[in-house]
Design a protein. Structure first.
Ligand code: SAM
Length: 219
């Protein structure tokens, strides 16, 4: 799995991808993540990536030319090109699972008042939204998609068995209520307890309890 992210703020990703299991997966060569400064594909002195909207209106719009050149350079036959926009298809676990089986994702992070519509129409394969709210840029959506996809790529979490155990054959992922030590957490006069059944060692009862306190996330 290789991910190429096109952004005008490449430094935003520095600490994010250089920490935790994602860094390890990159070091092991399981995944490749490349962050590209869109301005690399500009030709004018000021490295302009935006311009005023035709027809008037508020703010600036990202230009098509540098994005076209960037995607042209990075794209391969098997690539999926994602454009982040709050108008896009709502991202979910099902899409993450589909993406995790692909070889190459190219992500385009918008900024300003959005991206020239021809990018959505002619260059991107899919427009994605991470929720019904408007962010200032596509960088956080790119991190959301990258992390949710990469944790499904075999070898990234190290415990593929765990993902399998948490996956129902047809429905998706099981997310459960979890507890750890201490068994009793004292909050002033109150005692916040771990449910007794989890300490009982009775696997059948624990399984039944888990069924009640789990949610299946379609995937
Ligand atoms: N009206 C603009 C549009 O429809 O794209 C809003 C632009 S927003 C201020 C700037 C950029 O942030 C967008 O181009 C997009 O890349 C990203 N963005 C904002 N909210 C998002 C969301 N909920 N999901 C995905 N991307 C989002």
């Amino acid at each position: 799995m290789k991910i190429d992210i096109i952004t005008i703020f490449p430094k935003i990703f520095d600490s994010y991808f250089s920490e935790s299991l994602i860094r390890k997966a990159v070091e092991k060569g399981i995944v490749g993540i490349n962050i590209h400064d869109l301005r690399k594909w500009t030709e004018n002195k000021r490295r302009t990536v935006d311009d005023k909207p035709f027809g008037g209106g508020f703010g600036m719009v990202m230009k098509i030319e540098p994005i076209f050149k960037a995607v042209k350079d990075l794209k391969r036959k098997e690539s999926k090109v994602i454009l982040f926009t709050p108008r896009g298809k709502k991202y979910d676990q099902k899409t993450a699972t589909k993406f995790s089986k692909l070889d190459h994702l190219i992500m385009i992070c918008g900024r300003y008042e959005g991206v020239d519509e021809r990018v959505a129409k002619k260059i991107a394969d899919i427009e994605l939204s991470i929720g019904d709210y408007v962010l200032m840029g596509g960088e956080i959506p790119a991190m959301v998609v990258a992390e949710s996809v990469l944790r499904l790529v075999p070898g990234v979490l190290g415990k593929q068995k765990m993902i399998k155990e948490r996956t129902t054959k047809s429905k998706g992922f099981i997310e459960c209520a979890q507890y750890t030590r201490p068994e009793v957490f004292e909050m002033g006069k109150e005692k916040w307890m771990v449910p007794k059944v989890l300490l009982s060692g009775d696997h059948k009862k624990i399984e039944e309890w888990r069924k009640k306190h789990c949610k299946i996330i379609a995937g």
